[in-house]
Design a protein around this ligand. Structure first.
Ligand code: URA
Length: 233
């Protein structure tokens, strides 16, 4: 039962389907010997159809989000869950996105099944730096950095001013923007308030964790314990 439950929680199928997998010999040890469904050997010694198992919970992954993918599970269109193996949708606990990126924002997205971590990361009490690479439609005029740093910028429909944000100019139409909060469409609305228009937006870091170079656009991997620590730096 233990092995069945473990595999079912990892999304390898319903309990019945997993039981069938085990009974037909698709679940083996590292030597290819059929496993007994009543026992649970160490996770890293179990193979399904010759492949090592996905990482168990708690799992936090880094995704390099492409343009055009939504972060919602309910969206009928293409979502970030389509970047993961289909069995991930059956995992228990399931992976949730840590906050959201707009459909047309690219770059660093975290997903986790660790409820406590998720809560800590998205809590309004947590001060977490998020760095965005912004490409603009019009030239930067020079007043933007001061406006964003002022702590007095009010976006339409908001009741409180934005916390100070840091802008570093990279080029005529390019900047890095560092925020410590995450309001709806915040970066796009900030530049709209400054009279400009964001044409491309890419998140490149959260806390001290930068989007790793080995995770290509559209790809993902598990985060290491060291990388998780960097989030708080
Ligand atoms: N700000 C935005 O406008 N969009 C995002 O996706 C993230 C931050």
């Amino acid at each position: 039962m233990k092995l069945i439950k473990h595999l079912a929680n990892l999304g390898y199928g319903s309990r019945k389907e997993v039981q069938r997998l085990i009974r037909t010999g698709a679940v083996t040890d590292l030597e290819g010997r059929k496993l007994d469904e009543t026992k649970l050997p160490p996770h890293e010694t179990i193979l399904v159809k010759g492949q090592l198992l996905d990482a168990p919970a708690p799992l936090t992954i880094v995704v390099n989000k492409p343009d055009g993918y939504t972060c919602s599970t309910k969206d009928p269109g293409i979502t970030v869950y389509d970047l993961l193996p289909p069995r991930f949708e059956l995992r228990n606990p399931v992976l949730s996105t840590v906050g959201r990126l707009d459909k047309d924002t690219t770059g660093l997205l975290l997903m986790t099944d660790d409820g406590q971590l998720l809560h800590k990361l998205i809590s309004p009490k947590t001060v977490m730096r998020k760095v965005y690479h912004v490409t603009l439609d019009r030239k930067i005029e020079g007043h933007e950095a001061e406006l964003f740093a002022s702590g007095t910028l009010m976006l339409r429909t908001e009741e409180t001013p934005l916390l100070p944000a840091t802008m570093e100019v990279l080029g005529e139409k390019e900047a890095l923007l560092t925020l410590t909060e995450g309001r709806y469409h915040q970066v796009r609305r900030m530049f709209a308030a400054a009279g400009n228009h964001v044409v491309a937006l890419r998140r490149i870091a959260i806390g001290g964790f930068a989007l790793p170079e080995d995770v290509e656009e559209g790809e993902w991997r598990a985060m290491t314990a060291d990388e998780l620590g960097l989030l708080w730096k």
